[in-house]
Design a protein around this ligand. Structure first.
Ligand SMILES: Nc1ncnc2c1ncn2[C@@H]1O[C@H](COP(=O)(O)OP(=O)(O)O)[C@@H](O)[C@H]1O
Ligand SMILES: O=C(OP(=O)(O)O)[C@H](O)COP(=O)(O)O
Length: 399
């Protein structure tokens, strides 16, 4: 089953209807409840403005954090209501309903007029949500006439507001999910070649499914970040105190072998920035794989690796990147990630950044506008790239 053949919001007759839109407004906040990155909110707005322009009333739903089925002011969506209001420059009705779908909310939904927006309280205030229980799915569905899922970041969860609700209403995907599935789906199903994948981040174990799925599709696979050291160790190199997943050594060898068999160019770092300790101000230097000191640890890819990887990226027509090349949160060890970001922004092909830390790194380094697509989902984009069917999309009506 493909996720590319789902109905989109444009195929629904929404005029005069109340449209329930599931968004992923799970945005990072500081201790005072100020939103520190509103990209997920901004990315959801095209669907909302489209619906308002078409004469629909919009009821927005989202979770925020993990309140575990209980009302908790720390996880209130009120700051999100204010931000949506600012971005759209129009009113957003928000009522702090601990039941989410209680009497007052039902009244507000009933009275909602075309062109108006109501944001429900955090759906995870209800314990039924994450268990995808029918009673809560039905309560949500009863508030409106049509269900649009635009919460890509939560599309890998089968919850009441992402999946269950679709049993009770006509349903389709919003523009954000359409965009995410469009970019990543095309890369997986029909990529322009050469197709290069870059995988980094902390752990091999998080990326096994992605590596295995991509090995059947890419021309080259570039590995960096902490996960590279398990591969290097498997090849017999000293890796000092670098990250190691002892139980993945054999798997690493098997993946290298699979790449060979499939004619995929699997590249590993040839040099690293090593630090004496895991600290931003640690003494550090660049060494070749053969020169790794036994009591230091690898924190970034080295210059030579940057050069080789950049050359490989240069001719690519499609690039998918998930996971930073080093400990980019510490400026001294962000060079590899930054240079790879630069190579992507200059390559001229379609560049797709997985969510999570890679997206954060690209934004932090100021290259966000140069990428074709930055996913709004971390876990969801990984599962998508693993070739798994995302339940929040699977439940939607087919074209
Ligand atoms: N060489 C390394 N040693 C330790 N941690 C690393 C190394 N390279 C990258 N990391 C860390 O990996 C984390 C990101 O990994 P991960 O969560 O797998 O990425 P993503 O969220 O993009 O999938 C970052 O916090 C980064 O500091
Ligand atoms: O932020 C999210 O996931 P992500 O950090 O993997 O992108 C989503 O909102 C899903 O949240 P969840 O992992 O609590 O279900």
């Amino acid at each position: 089953m493909s996720m590319l053949n789902k109905k989109t919001v444009k195929e629904m007759d929404v005029k005069g209807k109340k449209v329930l839109v599931r968004c992923d407004f799970n945005v990072p906040m500081d201790k005072e409840g100020n939103i520190t990155d509103d990209r997920r909110i901004r990315e959801a707005m095209p669907t909302v403005t489209y619906l308002l322009d078409k004469g629909a009333a919009v009821i927005l739903m989202s979770h925020l954090g993990r309140p575990k089925g209980e009302a908790n002011p720390k996880y209130s969506l009120e700051p999100v209501a204010k931000r949506v209001q600012q971005i759209l420059d129009r009113g957003v009705i928000f009522y702090n309903d601990e039941m989410v779908t209680g009497d007052r909310t039902q009244e507000l939904a009933k009275d909602l007029q075309p062109g108006e927006i109501l944001l429900l309280q955090n759906v995870r205030y209800r314990k039924e949500e994450e268990n995808n229980l029918e009673n809560f799915s039905r309560e949500l569905a009863n508030l409106g006439d049509i269900f649009i899922n635009d919460a890509f970041g939560t599309a890998h969860r089968a919850h009441s507001s992402t999946a269950g609700i679709a049993s009770f209403l006509p349903s389709a995907m919003g523009f954000l999910i359409e965009k995410e599935v469009g970019f990543m789906g095309k890369a997986l199903e029909n990529p322009e070649k050469p197709f290069v994948a870059i995988l980094g981040g902390a752990k091999v174990s998080d990326k096994i499914g992605v590596i295995e799925n991509l090995l059947d599709k890419v021309d080259s696979l570039l590995i960096g970040g902490g996960m590279a050291y398990t591969f290097l160790k498997a090849q017999g190199y000293e890796i000092g105190k670098s990250l190691l997943e002892e139980d993945k050594l054999e798997l690493a060898l098997s993946l290298i072998k699979q790449a060979e068999d499939k004619g995929v160019k699997l590249m590993l770092p040839v040099d690293s920035v090593v630090a004496k300790e895991f600290a931003a101000d640690s003494e550090h230097k660049t060494v070749k794989n053969e020169e790794m000191p036994s009591d230091w640890l690898g924190v970034d890819i080295g210059h030579e690796t940057i050069k080789l990887y950049s050359q490989e990226i240069k001719g690519a027509k499609t690039v998918i990147w998930n996971g930073p090349m080093g400990v980019f949160e510490m400026p001294a060890f962000a060079v590899g990630t930054k240079e790879i970001t630069r190579a992507l922004s200059e390559c001229g092909g379609t560049t797709i950044i997985g969510g999570g830390d890679s997206a954060a790194a690209v934004e932090q380094l100021g290259f966000a506008d140069n990428m074709s697509h930055i996913s709004t989902g971390g876990g969801a984009s990984l599962e998508f790239l693993e070739g798994r069917i995302l339940p929040g999309i699977a439940v939607l009506e087919n074209k």
